[in-house]
Design a protein around this ligand. Sequence first.
Ligand code: PXG
Length: 293
Amino acid sequence: MSLCIYVDGKFHTKREDATVCVYDHGLLYGDGIFEGIRVYNGRVFKLDEHLTRLYESAKSIMLTIPLNASEMRSAVVETVKRTGLKEAYIRLVVTRGVGDLGLDPRKCSKPTVIIICDQIALYAKEKYEKGLRVVTCSTRRNRPDSLNSEIKSLNYLNNILAKIETFRVGAEEGIMLNDSGYVSEATADNIFVVKHGRLTTPPAFMGLLEGITRNTVIDIARGMGYKVLEMPLSINDVYAADECFLTGTGAELIPVIESDGRQIGDGKPGPNFLRMLERYREITRTEGVSVYS
Ligand code: PXG
């Protein structure tokens, strides 16, 4: 299988050659940011949107990325090109860089830039056809005044603790609430419900990452004539929904058929979800930054 990993300007084709120093603060403290991006049909989907979010995350944590956006764009495209892959996943990581054994970010003089181009499969294939069973996690999403979830940081323990809870009870995905008890998102995906033909997803101030797939689905749905609301949701709204689905770069669009033991709708992926998925598949095949031409 093809693979290419860029680390600070050098390209590697073997995992074991792509290494960073153990004093890197990305490893020691989760001090850094990342993006997950997909390549469909030889095109990098929503590359500029991902780069915008990366630079915004960098600004929030006061990290100066050593490449400007146009250099980063070229590095991403070049990394993909070297794999020869037409369907791929890109993990773009920028850490604070190498420092000493103390938190002080000022001692990290050069951020580490990593671009991995490989493949990803988050859920088993049959889950896309049958749907996921989810549970509500007791681990609340970080409060925006502690670690804002709009920053796509390398600090994912909040989400990982929720994932551990999810797997402990035999469910396939976990729904996280914010500190007020409203639905925020799944552990690494955004959530939508459909009720009476109308879509609702929580707004960014509910303590979630404003997903690029989420925004794509909002555009798709509005383009198809659906009414889409960005409104707070309670877990009860999820139970009472006609349909529910999750969105994310890794997950794409995946249906939810049960939440905390309550069947959602008729317990099958719904017709509105299927329409949305079909349109998503169409646009991912034709839009994006072309790698090979
Ligand atoms: N919420 C969180 C907390 C995420 O980490 C999303 C929502 C969806 O955002 P996008 O922009 O991708 O639509 C994410 C995305 C993984 C993995 O390895 C996680 C993400 C993306 C790709 C892979 O679990 N997170």
